[in-house]
Design a protein around this ligand. Structure first.
Ligand SMILES: *Cc1c(COP(=O)(O)O)cnc(C)c1O
Length: 468
């Protein structure tokens, strides 16, 4: 009953969002005035009234990221199963810190993660946990990699090491790694930025040279981050070559597949991520291309023991401790002692329920549909004279043309409800970036957007003047 009502409301909302504005025109002062005048919290309010008001604020005052023509920053349209799952989780409020308190929820997560671990080609003995997002998963990867490489790191800290640990990545890697290096006391400069080729892929020869030079200079190279779909341009680094080099050189290979990782679910697309099966650890977000509500990241690691070392905690007040690995049917583990979080919500249910409702083939179709819409957008843009500046089989298209002034064109596109796209900087050039993030985007949407874009550009107002 509840499910039916939620689904009906959700379908109605999806329709209204698809036909409404994409961007809000509101100031902080306007919102604060509303909150100040309605919510002094001195009087109580019926829940119906609060709900209606909050819904009105969300309809008016946000970028509608579930709009089918939101071609934005990996914020997906969400499945109805995901919405129902979030409601169930809130109602039962399971605590997943340890296995004993929530056996059903813990096993549902393990079952779901095990399914995806197989798709990634990881061994049965791997371990995986849900995270708040890709940032926490990447943080986990760095902490586990350091613990693996330097057993003394946990007790005595980085200062006890005989040199400075170094992590290798490209300029295209997610900028969250800078925060991670800062937060854990590694230092931002210990991220060694490796050059890219003309396709923005990591230059593996340069990687080898830098690691060699750093070793000779007394650094302690320990980890390489390979992108399986960069945030700006969807580029997949040469994962097989990075994996082979890391294996030879004794380095931890982390694959950041926060967005692109979902491609492994599709039999047609998975070969684009070849080499990811060599990774020591993988980040993948369910709240991006797997289309469930935020926040749902995932951290996969083939070294169960290093994960247990990195997040160990000798606590006496929690219910019976449990340990074990994904592939071992008889054994369980407590997420509390195998991940960064302590109290832990039931993050994985939305992925489990979407997968159960659509089936593996249905999920693959959702992902492939978005890849097809990306291909269509790319083709139609090229056919009308735009230049594509990134190279990826995934649905992120970065494009420009001579004389384009992207900022004003994008603003007009948003206001006219044509599409939401972002501006990106590719190899020093400002370009337009369009990513298909909704499984509800149709061919008609793509045609509508390309026509709208062409008309606005033809009007001539969004070109640079000769002098600028
Ligand atoms: C989005 C993204 C992240 C960060 O993930 P969040 O879920 O936003 O925390 C990390 N790496 C890549 C490649 C991403 O696209």
């Amino acid at each position: 009953m509840l499910i039916g009502r939620i689904r009906d409301e959700f379908v109605k909302l999806e329709f209204e969002i698809a036909h409404g504005p994409l961007v809000p025109h509101v100031t902080a002062a306007e919102i604060r005035a509303h909150l100040g005048s309605h919510y002094a919290f001195k009087q109580n309010m019926p829940l119906e009234e609060v709900t209606a008001d909050v819904e009105a604020m969300l309809r008016k005052w946000q970028v509608q990221v579930t709009h089918p023509r939101y071609f934005g920053l990996y914020n997906p349209s969400v499945t109805a199963a995901g919405v129902v799952a979030e409601t169930l989780v809130a109602m039962f409020n399971p605590q997943l810190a340890n296995w004993r308190t929530s056996p059903a929820a813990n096993e549902i997560e393990r079952h779901t993660l095990g399914w995806l671990a197989v798709k990634f080609g990881l061994p049965q003995a791997s371990i995986a946990t849900f995270t708040s997002g890709g940032m926490e998963a990447n943080l986990s990867a760095v902490v586990v990699a350091l613990t693996h490489a330097f057993p003394e790191y946990g007790e005595n800290g980085l200062r006890s090491l005989k040199g400075e640990p170094a992590i290798y990545l490209t300029e295209e890697a997610h900028h969250g790694f800078n925060k991670i290096a800062h937060m854990i006391g590694l230092g931002r400069r210990n991220l060694r930025v490796i050059g890219t080729d003309s396709g923005l892929k990591m230059n593996v020869e340069e990687l080898k040279r830098r690691v060699d030079e750093d070793r000779r200079a007394g650094w302690l190279p320990c980890m390489v981050v390979g992108n399986a779909g960069t945030t700006a341009a969807g580029v997949v680094d040469p994962l097989p070559a990075i994996g082979a080099f890391c294996n030879d050189a004794g380095l931890w290979f982390h694959a950041d597949a926060a967005w692109g990782g979902a491609a492994v679910v599709s039999p047609a697309l998975r070969h684009h991520l070849a080499g990811i099966e060599l990774a020591d650890s993988i980040t993948c977000d369910a709240h991006k291309w797997l289309s469930v509500p935020m926040g749902a990241g995932m951290f996969f690691c083939r070294h169960r023991e290093s994960v247990a070392q990195a997040f160990r905690s000798d606590i006496t007040y929690m219910p019976g401790k449990t340990t074990g690995q994904l592939g071992d049917a008889a054994v369980t583990f407590d997420p509390l002692t195998h991940s960064a979080q302590w109290s832990r919500r039931f993050i994985g249910l939305k992925l489990f329920m979407t997968l159960a409702e659509r089936g593996e083939a249905g999920y693959a179709e959702m992902i492939e549909h978005q890849a097809r819409m990306g291909d269509l957008l790319r083709d139609q843009l090229m056919a009308s004279g735009w230049r594509i500046v990134n190279s990826t089989p995934l649905p992120v298209i970065c494009f420009t043309r001579d004389g384009l002034a992207p900022t004003s064109l994008l603003a007009e596109m948003r206001d006219k409800k044509i599409a939401w796209m972002s501006e990106a900087n590719i190899a020093g050039t400002p370009v337009i970036r369009a990513c298909i993030t909704s499984f509800r985007t149709t061919e008609q949407d793509i045609e509508f957007v390309v026509n709208g874009l062409n008309e606005l550009f033809a009007e001539g107002m969004h070109r640079k003047t000769a002098l600028s």
